[in-house]
Design a protein around this ligand. Structure first.
Ligand SMILES: Nc1ncnc2c1ncn2[C@@H]1O[C@H](COP(=O)(O)OP(=O)(O)OP(=O)(O)O)[C@@H](O)[C@H]1O
Ligand SMILES: [Mg+2]
Length: 235
């Protein structure tokens, strides 16, 4: 492009000289060579931004939705997209997603529970040599099961005992509010689901979320697992 301007025969010698100086001063040759790549990069950046915003919007949804048919796989996928930068290059992600029926629920709330558990898993694996996050889903009788397993620091009896207490955190002041698991517990209870935790210090943790395929009119079942469930299965 720059060469075309310089080759313009209508320019007087002075104008051509001034143009040459301007081209040199503003580094226009370099810019014109670089511009295609820059525009392509910008386009890619904008596409990624669009993707992030669309996912955020899907993720946040309206806070006040009624019960709907929720696609759990969709929810997990959009949660993972939100966390992409946290997971990328550091954590090996293993997805074992089965074909699932819809569950009655609130997509934004369920996404919140997936997010809370996965973010905790990432934090727990920050000193793990080969961090591995495994997410498995399957249908089990009249429930959908989502199992999220990490090979992070794990939890001892004392942490497991307080895990769902509001404001319980082992993170330094200012880093964790200690509300993640308490909110998760309430959401799953509200969905008439069950939440089980298996964990071993130094080995890892597994959170199992069971969501019923049908809402019952009767009172909520208690979602907290029996104490023996916590250490029942090896992680
Ligand atoms: N996967 C996990 N592995 C090990 N410890 C965990 C795991 N998940 C939760 N914990 C423990 O449970 C505590 C409470 O978790 P919770 O999500 O409620 O709060 P938090 O992560 O500390 O803060 P935030 O409110 O930001 O989520 C954590 O501080 C951590 O000690
Ligand atoms: Mg948390």
């Amino acid at each position: 492009m720059v060469q075309c301007w310089q080759a313009d025969e209508q320019l007087s010698p002075q104008q051509a000289e001034a143009l040459s100086q301007l081209i040199e001063a503003e580094d226009l040759v370099f810019i014109s060579e670089d511009i295609t790549g820059l525009l392509a990069d910008s386009q890619e950046g904008l596409d990624r931004l669009k993707d992030i915003v669309q996912n955020l919007r899907r993720f946040a949804h309206s806070q006040d939705t009624d019960w709907e048919d929720v696609d759990v796989t969709d929810g997990l996928e959009s949660t993972l997209k939100i966390l992409n930068s946290q997971l990328k290059n550091t954590v090996t992600l293993e997805k074992h997603f089965a074909e699932l029926p819809m569950v009655p629920g609130k997509a934004n709330e369920l996404n919140q529970t997936f997010l809370n558990i996965i973010v905790n898993a990432c934090h727990a694996m920050k000193d793990t040599e080969r961090p591995l996050l495994r997410i498995e889903t399957r249908k089990e009788e009249d429930e959908v099961l989502v199992q999220i397993t990490d090979n992070g620091c794990g939890m001892d009896e004392a942490v497991l005992k307080s895990l769902f207490d509001p404001f319980f955190t082992t993170k330094p002041v200012g880093e964790g509010t200690g509300m993640g698991m308490s909110i998760t517990y309430s959401i799953i209870k509200n969905h008439q689901g069950r939440l089980k935790v298996a964990s071993k210090p130094g080995v890892g943790s597994r959170f199992s979320i069971y969501l019923p395929l049908k809402r019952s009119e009767s009172a909520n079942k208690d979602t907290l697992s029996d104490p023996q469930d916590l250490t029942e299965e090896p992680v």
